[in-house]
Design a binder for this molecule. Sequence first.
Ligand SMILES: [Zn+2]
Length: 373
Amino acid sequence: MKIHICRTENCPADLAEGVFQILEGVEIKGAGEKMQFTNTIKPLRGIDWLEDHPAFFQKAKDFRSDCGIVRDDFVILLTGTKNARNFFSAFDGERNVYIHTDEWEEFINRPVEYAIAYEVVENVLQTLMGLDLNNRDSTYFHLEPKSCMNDFCERKKQIIHKLVSANICDLCQERISKTQSGEAIMPQALGIFETVRTAFKINLGNVPTLAPLDLIIRNDGISIPGLVIPDLLSGAAQETFFIFLLLHKGIRFDNINTYNKSTAVKETPWNEDFMFALYQRLTTRSDNPVATMLKSSDQFAQYRNAINRKLEEMVPSRFLDNFIIASNANQNKINLDRNLVRIDSPEIINLITTYRRELRRRNLENRIYTNFG
Ligand SMILES: [Zn+2]
């Protein structure tokens, strides 16, 4: 299977050559089918303004017909021009692929060539899997990142996680293996992913620790002590909203009105007392914004986006997935391990004490009632 790499004028020649060298550098022994890469030195005339997918695919198709490239071969167009959908890359299902080669520095800290090499292989495999970008099957396009090649990376910063994971999840591997070519090139593809992973791992050398960060809830806000500026969310609205989501493992907007103490406790068995104290705090504040939030999904989304923007600004990307409010059509959730949540507020601790006392009293009453009822 031949993979022809070409570029528009605004993708530097040495960048394309670097990508080619990385792809070529992984040797696979044995007689089976392989990806054979070629690099075209002469650039194509550029696409000079923002365009949607078809313009880029057309460029690849023109190159294909000009060079007499057969249907079974892939054409990979590298271009410095941004696309209207702000995608890193895209494939058309007919073995034409384009990859945006610019602006990667915003999302990864080191050699862009490696990320682009990864994208080449990713798009080849996605094409072989028969995925369709216009009709995304949520089984194989993972909106919730799971460290798989097919993580959708709705937030572009998430890309680094899949680059360093070098992984294809079992479900996706199974589907790739069902196609003859996919099965054959998998060892080579994983070999290239491994090269990419190693490159990024070495360059992440200055990361002091990957120990998880905890989250502290105080009277006047939420903070993450490991950050340069630990104060994260302040103001009743943001704080209450975040705590509200922490109470759930995942919640649909539609189900918010059914939220009550019993479901909250059931959903988060990690610390019932703590749970309840937070719930109390949430509902008894006079400036409680939750009531307005419950009325409209727009308002709900606004809070979510505002908080996520703040998190993206302040939390280093390698920790971000723990704190961000992940959302899809089914639910909103925060992935943070709830055991990492600590309270630093006499007010809440007091609530917990009161609650425990109340619980003991009620248990006692129940027992009496049961005995005599
Ligand atoms: Zn997958």
